[in-house]
Write a protein of this length. Structure first.
Length: 396
């Protein structure tokens, strides 16, 4: 195992138990250390600081697996981590685990680059870093042992490119998932494709927020669900008592899936309709034709992957929310989200407030929204918080 020594004073992040070491903190990189290989991280004085995974291409040169000299990464390490993660989820859900949930939330569960979502009979993992990729087999074996689920990999995420890794997708342990898998969330039935769906097959991080939308939807006549994907928020609104939901997305395939989910729950085309369109263009057409809605949901894809993209993303978020406010009836409810980690909560709220000012609309914030609790954030890793949202009501 290679030793990597930090520059003097660069060990402060270890005192905060933060798991990232940037390339500028390294004194010297030993010749021959491989991408994803486990290294010992030492202070400038030679003191042991932790075991980490080395990345030859990322600006985050080392991601820490363990701060304990006796806790070396390997099969036993991953099995313990998965058992701890499962115990924690049982605490969150009061020992009644839902059909589908997040088992491992990467650094927040002490496993940098490892995401695991559980569906009926299947554990779907994303290995987004060189270190996680290096231990693919040990991760799959330990996950199979702890969960008893078939293990399928969906490591087809953009972040792997920064690690010098190709996309990988396929079976790791057990049997292949079927074309579609069915599960229930908040009393709503969903079908999802674990092989082709976004993320690991479904946006599990919005579970609680879909329940909030459902509770707020009673009596709403017209609901507009933007970036609807497979219809999660639209179905939640109908389940809560909305009369009609229009779902808008630029993916015809996703809208077909949304319609099948609506049929699965007994909703008619008069209640659940779809529009294949660019959301920004669609909203402008609605504005020009003076359409309005009782509830609007804005849940765009990630618009800022990095800090460098934040300003451009802020302008897009403002434009989106400006259009949303213009289409919202007095007394109407707006749910607006950002899943861009580079957009912090304060900036997102300022952008939304600026949009309301430009729209000449008054509003009150009813609730601040975030990712579901099975996506809990470690106190040592605030970067694990990425999903933020606002529930607003337009006032006179």
């Amino acid at each position: 195992m290679y030793d990597i020594i930090l520059k003097q004073g660069k060990e402060r992040s270890f005192q905060r138990r933060h798991p990232w070491v940037f390339s500028g903190a390294l004194s010297k990189i030993p010749q021959g250390v491989g991408n994803g290989e486990t290294v010992r991280v030492l202070s400038s004085q030679g003191e042991f600081l932790g075991y980490g995974a080395y990345s030859a291409t990322s600006s985050i040169a080392i991601r820490i697996w363990s701060f304990d000299i006796n806790d070396l990464p390997g099969y036993d390490f991953f099995e313990r981590k998965f058992r701890a993660a499962l115990t924690f989820r049982k605490i969150i859900f009061n020992n009644v685990l839902p059909d589908s949930y997040r088992l491992v939330h990467a650094e927040s569960d002490g496993l940098p680059g490892v995401i695991v979502d559980i569906y009926p009979g299947f554990a779907v993992c994303q290995l987004s870093t060189a270190g996680a990729d290096y231990f693919r087999n040990e991760i799959a074996d330990a996950l199979y042992c702890v969960t008893g689920c078939n293990v399928y990999e969906r490591s087809d995420v953009d972040s792997r490119k920064r690690e010098g890794l190709p996309d990988v997708k396929g079976l790791l342990k057990g049997v292949e998932p079927p074309e579609f898998i069915e599960f229930t969330e908040n009393g709503i039935r969903f079908r999802s494709s674990l092989k082709e769906g976004h993320k690991t097959g479904f946006y599990l991080d919005q579970r609680v927020n879909r329940q909030v939308v459902s509770s707020a939807a009673a009596g709403c006549g017209d609901v507009l669900n933007c970036f609807s994907y497979t219809g999660g928020f639209g179905l939640a609104a109908l389940h809560g008592g909305a009369h009609h939901v229009l779902n808008v997305d630029s993916s015809g395939a996703a809208l077909e899936f949304a319609c099948s989910n609506a049929q699965l729950n007994g909703f008619s085309t008069e209640q659940f309709s779809v529009e294949d369109a660019d959301v920004f263009q669609f909203l402008r057409k609605c504005r020009d034709s003076r359409k309005s809605f009782d509830m609007i949901i804005l849940d765009p894809p990630k618009l800022a992957e990095t800090i460098k993209q934040r300003d451009k993303a802020a302008r897009a978020y403002k434009d989106l929310n400006l259009l949303g406010f213009k289409l919202l009836r007095p007394g109407g409810k707006l749910f607006t989200f950002s899943c861009s980690g580079a957009m912090d909560d304060d900036l997102f709220e300022k952008v939304v407030c600026s949009a309301a000012q430009d729209a000449n609309v008054n509003f009150r914030i009813i609730q601040h929204l975030a990712q579901a609790p099975d996506h809990a954030v470690s106190g040592f890793f605030p970067e694990g918080h990425y999903l933020k949202g606002l529930y607003l009501i337009r006032t006179e």
